[in-house]
Design a protein around this ligand. Sequence first.
Ligand code: UDX
Length: 484
Amino acid sequence: MDITILGAGYVGLVSAACLADLGHHVTCIDTNAARIEALRRGEMPIYEPGLDAIVARTTANGHLRFETDPAGALARAEAAFICVGTPPRPDDGEADLGFVFSAARDIARFARDRIVVVTKSTVPVGTGDLIEGLIRRMRPQLDFGVVSNPEFLKEGAAIADFMQPDRIVVGAQSAWAGNTVAAIYATLARRGAPILRTRRRSAEAIKYAANAFLAIKLSFINEIADFCEAWDADIGDVASGIGLDRRIGPDFLQPGPGYGGSCFPKDLRALLHSARERAVGLRMVETASAVNEARKWAMGRRVRAAINGDIAECRVAVLGLTFKAETDDMRESPALAIIAALRREGAQIRVHDPRGMAVAREMIEGVTFADEAKDCLRNADILVIATGWREFAALDPREVAGLMRGRTVFDLRNILAPGAWRAAGFDLRRIGEARPPATIAYTADPAPHDRAASADPAGPAFTRSPAPSNGEFLAHGPAMKPAE
Ligand code: UDX
């Protein structure tokens, strides 16, 4: 089929490359001429494993091309995919549909008859109706359909998510438009991908509901991790134990410093905005979002609480800046809040990320950028693992011990092998696991950083229950001076 993709961002590019690889003839359009030029040279604007190879293959065999002018492509296209950004408005989180409507106007101007307009961008429920109305007003005679086909692409695994999807959602108001979109995915359906046909508004709602549910799952497991720390249980075991229940499932139960990225924070804000518009209470979603925001800052305080003495003398190495591994995306990354919290206190911070350095240099001030992990670690008092890159998991603790000045490690992704790191003399603090009693048991009020948490404008999200009856309060421990 002849397909035009409007938008060569993350979703547009992955969709264009994969649809071309499925045998369609795809033209990917972007108004950013520099980006299109770079793509024609084979340079990817984002880091996504496997994407460059598919783009190279499909441009070479003539199935994929890149253009800035939509007129020619839309005059041929049987389907036009809208894959543009829907950034949140700063004041109220409402999704800004400016790019979506601009793409719809291009379609209205240039499309041939019997075109199917496919919305892949994440848009508020009812946007399909608005797109339809806009095109209808501009081209009353045009025969067209508008279909919602949301994307469920995880950064870092987007190609696999596209080619082996859990499901393909096709939300249409007419059978022919829905059938056309289903036909685009016929190869994937033959390989076993379920195609769910729904009304258009339901499809739009599915995307928000899926992201909201996953965000709730993450905030839930992160709070259970705090509970495990307070009561000396192990979150790894707890996550396995509940994940084996088929009603819960094992995925998305990895605790961490909070979720980030381009989707969850933005989509939850937009969903809450839509809910407010119709006076619907979405308290679970609201709470998941608030818990996550508080958690990112609480991680910074957690590290701060381990520093005794003059914080200006303390050198903190932060490994991992992107919001998760296998991406160069730093949007809403927990590392940003952790670094900001420590910077505010005056700590000396060195940072490194395998892929995010270029973006990080534009986003973070007042830190030293290390091109290599080892340079980042040299003479550090405290190490913070903020992103779960494989190369960090593979660090040799004995070598790290030779580089660092101190021995305190916050593994906020639980990727380091605890036995090896503790055997190498490190005071390793993991998420959702009480530290070994020898180092952590003390008789005291709740830890100082927890009182700080209560005073935080973000709210007392991480206060602890009273000490167990034996008088020992198991927490992250009293403030400690980093080992010299
Ligand atoms: C998400 C959705 O998964 C995808 O379907 C949607 O279309 C776009 O948004 P993405 O933002 O790329 O994808 O990342 P994802 O892998 O879902 O992770 C989101 C955040 O949750 C990351 O910060 C990640 O580190 C965190 N996470 C994820 C955890 O902390 N623990 C987990 O078990 C899983």
